[in-house]
Design a protein around this ligand. Structure first.
Ligand SMILES: *Cc1c(COP(=O)(O)O)cnc(C)c1O
Length: 377
């Protein structure tokens, strides 16, 4: 039996252990140290704009972004419905309510038309949303010009969830640097990993400095422990940051490898009736964190995304339906939602294919051969 093929597994570059060893050699086994500072600098240089705070997770980064946007109990925050639950969960940590907005078909991300409708309706109902969270799902940049213009009109801060989109670009701007705040994730399944970790990105240096303060238990300057703010224990460990510094050396290569996976799938599968891909709108560049396909069951001779998933599973090949929209999740059943059917259609018909940068050509070929055989029966 051959080895299991994962959806997206960690892929070390080689120098990570050197940075981790340096942390041990200097005894900086703590949530601060040279690797944390170095990783933040590496990220700032890569992103070209904005300031970065290295944190314990992408979820923690979102939580702090919402705190900095002054989200409080009883407030409402607009969130893309088509996403992973971590985009929405931190809204509830603050006692605020998520208001879900559906996607457009070009990028599968926050629909600007529906966003405007949602804002106007929430204002009419008596509450202006305190923040907007668009997501660059699977690495595909959202329609940020349109989203930012609406956000500016109503003076609402944008918190960009770029957890899946490090290495993706919108024009000449890195995803994560477009909004007032952006967040990144270095979880084990992301394009680069620190085993677990995240970062807050922001245009305003003072806000990022404050996020580091809040993330280290909000200790005021004093010889004793003195507190005027509620703090969090959200700083990144110096060990994890060492892994991150090594990973930054291969980020560009990882983007190329993920994009090559996507090209393989297009080459092998785009001729199959009913199989569709999502292409990059003009002027955008996706890191293709996950390669995805949409199946139109009316054209695919009855083959569904579930037929494909089960066929791959027989050979220990992991695939996964597209993320189930938040407005369809039992835990968010009571939340307001502005929907147009797009995210539900994506969930019903879409599949994420094996997308790791460490997949071999043989593994990719085996995957597409199994899928093609379903059509050739
Ligand atoms: C992974 C992910 C997160 C959360 O990041 P963690 O580092 O795992 O906390 C948030 N949003 C999206 C869209 C993600 O994919």
């Amino acid at each position: 039996m051959s080895e299991k093929i994962w959806l997206s597994s960690p892929h070390m570059g080689g120098t990570e252990k050197d940075f981790v060893t340096a942390a041990f050699d200097t005894n900086w086994i703590a949530p601060l140290g040279a690797n944390v500072d170095g990783f933040e600098e590496d990220l700032e240089q890569y992103l070209k704009e904005g300031y970065v705070a290295a944190l314990s997770s992408g979820t923690a980064a979102l939580h702090l972004a919402l705190v900095l946007a002054d989200v409080k109990a009883g407030d409402e925050v607009i969130c893309q419905s088509m996403t992973f639950s971590a985009s929405a969960n931190p809204i509830t940590y603050l006692g605020a309510t998520p208001v879900f907005v559906d996607s457009e078909k070009d990028t599968w991300n926050l629909d600007p038309v529906l966003l405007k409708e949602a804002i106007l309706d929430r204002i009419a109902k008596g509450k202006k949303p305190k923040a907007i969270i668009p997501v660059h799902l699977y690495g595909m940049p959202a329609k940020m010009n349109e989203i930012q213009a609406i956000a500016a009109t109503y003076d609402i801060p944008v918190i960009e969830d770029a957890a899946e989109a490090l290495g993706s670009w919108y024009g000449d701007k890195a995803c994560g640097t477009l909004g007032d705040f952006g967040i990144l994730s270095f979880n084990g399944n992301k394009i680069i990993t620190t085993s677990g970790g995240g970062a807050l990105v922001g245009k305003d240096k003072a806000a990022i400095v404050k996020s580091r303060f809040l993330a280290s238990q909000a200790r005021d300057p004093a010889p004793h422990y003195e507190h005027t703010h509620i703090g969090y224990n959200y700083r990144m460990s110096n060990i994890c940051a060492g892994i991150g510094r090594g990973q930054m050396e291969v980020l560009e290569k990882r983007v190329e490898q993920r994009r090559a996976n996507y090209q393989h799938y297009v080459k092998e599968l785009s001729g199959l009736p009913g199989v569709q891909f999502v292409s990059e709108p003009q002027g955008t560049f996706s890191n293709r964190w996950l390669s995805t396909i949409l199946i139109d069951p009316l054209q695919s001779n009855g083959i569904t995304r579930e037929t494909i998933r089960l066929a791959l599973e027989k050979y220990q090949i992991e695939s996964r339906p597209l993320w189930k929209p938040m407005h369809l999740q039992p835990v968010f059943a009571g939340a307001p939602a502005y929907v147009n059917g797009v995210s539900e259609m994506l969930f019903n018909n879409g599949l994420c294919l094996p997308s790791g940068s460490n997949l071999t050509q043989a593994q990719l070929q085996q995957t597409t051969d199994i899928i093609k055989a379903l059509w050739n029966k």
